[in-house]
Design a protein around this ligand. Structure first.
Ligand code: FE2
Length: 237
């Protein structure tokens, strides 16, 4: 069983999320996308853990800037797409799209979603129903196309849509409020979206992250996931 702790980083500026994962069977732990060290270290101290791994979804600085400090402090191994190793600070272990990474007994499938960047990957823990989406899928929106095409983003979104509805997804940023207006404009009468926004608002007012949201909810409300064809997606990007 995988325990997941959400850590807000770069609060008030980029509002990144790092995630601390603990494989309860073995006690092994990992940090996903540490954009800065301090909030992650504080949470690890609170939890009493020493991370064994740092997992990166892609190379952008606001997902990897904490790598070297955490590696130094915890002697953690940095894990990332083997095809993007040159751009990952402190890179140690390459994972290959289509293969898996084992955090103890918790197994992540590595899914290539090159679009936001080339080499962007998702970590999908099928048994634990958890998907870490980096800057590919956010609440109600998707990541910008820094290095890829709309066609590639469409392909990436089809891979996400193929995953089960009861999977929880964990994005790389808290962008729900920024994306809400456009989603509402696209579907002002949509009851699913109204309920989604109400729940999101309640969580944010309590100082909680909106994530996790299930992929089922997201497929119903995220305009980019609702696009059924490439042409429909092109009208949104
Ligand atoms: Fe990014």
């Amino acid at each position: 069983m995988l325990k997941i702790h959400t850590v807000l980083c770069r609060a008030g500026t980029m509002d990144n999320y790092a995630y601390i994962l603990i494989d309860e069977a073995t006690g092994l732990s990992a940090v996903i996308d540490p954009s800065e060290p301090a909030p992650v270290i504080a949470e690890c101290t609170k939890l009493g853990i020493t991370p064994d791994y740092i997992l990166n979804t892609h190379h952008h600085f606001d997902h990897t800037d904490g790598n070297l400090a955490l590696k130094e402090l915890y002697k953690a191994k940095v894990v990332a797409n083997v095809n993007d190793s040159a751009r990952i600070p402190g890179f140690d272990i390459g994972v290959e799209p289509g293969k898996t990474f084992a955090l103890g007994q918790s197994i992540a499938q590595i899914i290539d979603v090159s679009a936001h960047t080339q080499g962007h990957i998702l970590y999908y823990f099928a048994k634990d129903k958890a998907l870490f989406t980096g800057d590919t899928l956010f609440n109600l929106c998707v990541g910008g196309l820094f290095e890829g095409s709309i066609d590639e983003m469409y392909t990436a979104l089809q891979k996400i849509k193929a995953l089960p509805d009861d999977v929880n997804f964990y994005p790389g940023h808290e962008y729900t409020i920024h994306a809400a207006a456009a989603a509402f404009h696209a579907a002002p009468q949509d009851t699913n979206l109204r309920n989604y926004l109400r729940r999101a608002d309640e969580k944010l007012k309590q100082g909680q992250p909106v994530c996790p949201v299930t992929l089922g909810e997201e497929k119903n409300c995220n305009p980019y996931l609702k696009a059924e064809t490439l042409d429909q997606l092109k009208k949104l990007i």
